[in-house]
Design a protein around this ligand. Structure first.
Ligand code: ACO
Length: 378
């Protein structure tokens, strides 16, 4: 066996062979199963893209209709899950509520029939169908309201916005939200997907796989950055404050949220699409003062650190889009999870197809042969 050099953060080390998605970080290319993200964002829907990622091919018309129907008929959550969520503290972060609820779902389906395609399909459908219901339910219940029942006649994106805002969304907002889900559904071996694959490799159930990935997505260096971008824009508050704010932060070697990426060394193609979606929303529903601030942040960051390959990532413009749809800031990362669950499930399925448990090594840099010191002598 070749002994590899230790790389912090496993940078550049392949953790799996995968045919699910591809990124060229120098050229700013992202493909799902070989199809460019721009094409899917323009022509596909979230559920069609999810099918493509999980089953490896675009569905036929009948396959898509069946999949959509199955998802629509599994959107309700069990009253025991709902009642459990009611007991969560309102001040708790919705990502923690989602992680606990996804794990709890596994209590009801603990049979692990991992080689049975019916079991796999059931789990895929149940998780994709119920995660949005859980996110919306927690949002309503933490305000003291009963959750809104999902509507089978609405598509996936429209139903989520309906459950969240208690009214049918504008069709443009629903379509844009669906595109956001496409943009967030999958992204090669990122931290949460790696976490999902490690958990999957132990042959545990898919609910544990998703719960562990949700926990990983929540951190500010990963999916949690979208919330922090809005907090940063609010703190900056005006275009004139951008330059001194960035000067100060960069001088202190602080990270600017929504910038930088382990793989992309150019602007993330998803950020470009999200910026365009934000403009479409502003055209129809009125502008947002934070957009001008964001543009100025991008301009100055490009001038100052663009030569280091630091550009806006997917999290930079997504918050502005979600704000315009009435989604509260601390739901941005759960919304990311609603999309990414399908990507995690594609990796779960792929991991099972050629599984070997993850068990890397470490470089021990501690001591040896130390004598035990009795407690009263320490
Ligand atoms: N702001 C300022 N400088 C940055 C930023 C940033 N956002 N990102 C990287 N850099 C600088 C670092 O200071 C470092 O500079 P140095 O070489 O002079 O010390 C260099 O770029 C390399 O940075 P690392 O942190 O080593 O890069 P890494 O690949 O480990 O981290 C990450 C990537 C975590 C995304 C990082 O860019 C970051 O923290 N960004 C802000 C958080 C964020 O937006 N996360 C969302 C990422 S997308 C997603 O997960 C969905």
């Amino acid at each position: 066996m070749t002994v590899c050099e230790y790389k912090p953060g496993l940078e550049g080390i392949p953790a799996a062979q995968s045919s699910i998605s591809y990124v060229d970080g120098q050229k700013g290319v992202l493909e799902y199963r070989g199809i460019r993200i721009e094409e899917l964002a323009g022509k596909s829907t979230f559920l069609e893209t999810a099918y493509l990622l999980i089953w490896g091919k675009l569905p036929t018309k009948e396959e898509l209709v069946d999949f959509e129907k199955e998802i629509a008929s599994h959107r309700r959550i069990k009253y025991r899950i709902r009642d459990m969520m009611k007991c969560f503290p309102e001040s708790g972060h919705p990502m923690d509520a989602l992680q606990a609820s996804a794990a709890a779902l596994g209590l009801f389906y603990s049979r692990r029939d991992l080689h049975n395609p019916v079991y796999i399909r059931d789990a895929v459908v149940r998780l994709i169908a119920t995660i949005p219901t859980m996110v919306a339910a927690f949002q309503l219940m933490r305000k003291g309201n009963d959750p809104v029942k999902p509507r089978d006649d609405l598509n996936y994106a429209a139903n989520f916005l309906y459950m969240l805002n208690e009214k049918e969304p504008d069709p443009l907002a629903a379509r844009i939200f669906d595109i956001c889900l496409i943009l967030h559904v999958e992204h090669t071996m990122n931290a949460s997907t790696f976490s999902a694959r490690v958990t999957a490799s132990t042959l545990t159930d898919p609910y544990a796989v998703v719960a562990s990935a949700v926990g990983t997505l929540g951190g500010p260096l990963h999916g949690g950055a979208n919330e922090e971008v809005i907090q940063m824009l609010e703190e900056i508050d005006s275009v004139d404050n951008v330059a001194p704010y960035l000067e100060d932060r960069l001088q202190k070697k602080a990270k600017i949220m929504g910038f930088g990426h382990r793989v992309y060394k150019v602007k993330d193609p998803r950020a470009t699409i999200l910026q365009d979606l934000a403009l479409q929303l502003f055209d129809k529903f009125g502008s947002d003062k934070y957009y001008a601030i964001a543009q100025e942040v991008e301009r100055i960051m490009t001038e100052k650190v663009g030569n280091k390959g630091i550009y806006p990532n997917v999290d930079f413009y997504s918050g502005l889009v979600y704000r315009k749809m009435g989604i509260p800031t601390d739901l941005f990362t759960p919304v990311f999870a609603i999309a990414r669950v399908a990507g995690w499930l594609a990796h779960w399925k792929e991991q099972l197809e050629e599984n070997r448990i993850f068990r890397p090594t470490q470089v021990y840099n501690g001591l040896h042969g130390i004598a035990y010191t009795a407690i009263d002598q320490r």
